[in-house]
Design a protein around this ligand. Structure first.
Ligand code: ADP
Length: 248
């Protein structure tokens, strides 16, 4: 569903944010992207949203090469990817319900449908009682739930949460991660960029680790231990060579 193939992103000032990054993410996966600040996590998201284009390599979503997507098709791509930001990016003078409804307005539902849809999503994220409050009246966890609700409003195939727990205490962070896990169970692909080691280590999920723009770890099969895989590879290698010799 998501393919990064040898993606390098160099900014005009010469900063190389990503270097030869390759990975595939299948539909329905839950993946952590970890790495210290500056490792390239946000750049990945911006490439996925086609806010940026790679300097080299390809980014594909659903087999579409994003560098070939036309400007008028961008809203369609962006509706497939619900982005959740650490700093929420909510509209301050709109209520919780209105923030979420904006997306439904964009996808041209009528008023009644929008009301129904917003109610349903707010109850999904546990905010049914907060619909009429403004962002300034919400706690950090509620603000993050609102951004998740807004991301869900367009029924995206993918949720990409960029440091969703960055501003939250431990208990609230877990509430948000549990909500993302629940969304994943309902078949949405969820990608969480984080430097929250505690949460990542407590869950047996795939981890793609970035360091200075390079992938330094990818635990594609969660339960597979890396050393074992390497030994198996070594075991099969000589046998293969023997076979090849036989053929000759
Ligand atoms: P992370 O999200 O892991 O903290 P980023 O993707 O934001 O990392 O940044 C990766 C690197 O790219 C950093 O060195 C950052 O300073 C740099 N960078 C990000 N955006 C730009 C930009 N628009 N221009 C120049 N350098 C940038």
């Amino acid at each position: 569903m998501i393919v990064f193939e040898n993606v390098t992103k160099e900014f005009p000032n010469g900063t190389v944010a990503l270097l030869e990054v390759s990975f595939h993410i299948e539909p329905g996966e839950f993946v952590f992207i970890i790495g210290p600040s500056g490792a390239g996590k946000t750049t990945l998201l911006r490439l996925l949203l086609r806010e940026l284009k790679p300097t080299s390599g390809t980014v594909q979503v659903d087999k579409r090469d994003l560098s070939e997507i036309k400007k008028r098709e961008l809203p369609i791509l962006r509706r497939q990817i619900g982005a959740v930001f650490q700093d929420y990016k909510l509209i301050d003078d709109r209520t919780v319900a209105e923030n979420v409804a904006l997306v439904s307005e964009i996808i041209k539902q009528n008023e009644e449908e929008i009301d129904e849809h917003v109610k349903e999503i707010l109850s999904q994220v546990g905010l049914e009682d907060k619909a009429d409050l403004f962002p300034s009246q919400l706690s950090g966890g509620e603000l993050q739930r609102t951004t998740i609700a807004r991301a869900l409003a367009a029924h995206p195939k993918i949720i990409f949460a960029d440091e969703p727990t960055g501003n939250l205490d431990a208990a609230t962070s877990w509430e948000i991660i549990n909500l993302l896990l629940m969304i994943n169970k309902a078949d949405t692909t969820v990608i969480v960029a984080t430097h929250n080691q505690d949460i990542m280590q407590s869950l047996d999920k795939r981890v793609i680790e970035l360091e200075k723009g390079r992938v330094v770890r990818d635990t594609k099969k969660p339960r597979q231990k890396k050393p074992k895989a390497e030994t198996e590879k070594e075991k099969t290698k000589p046998a293969k060579q023997k076979d090849e010799k036989k053929k000759k």
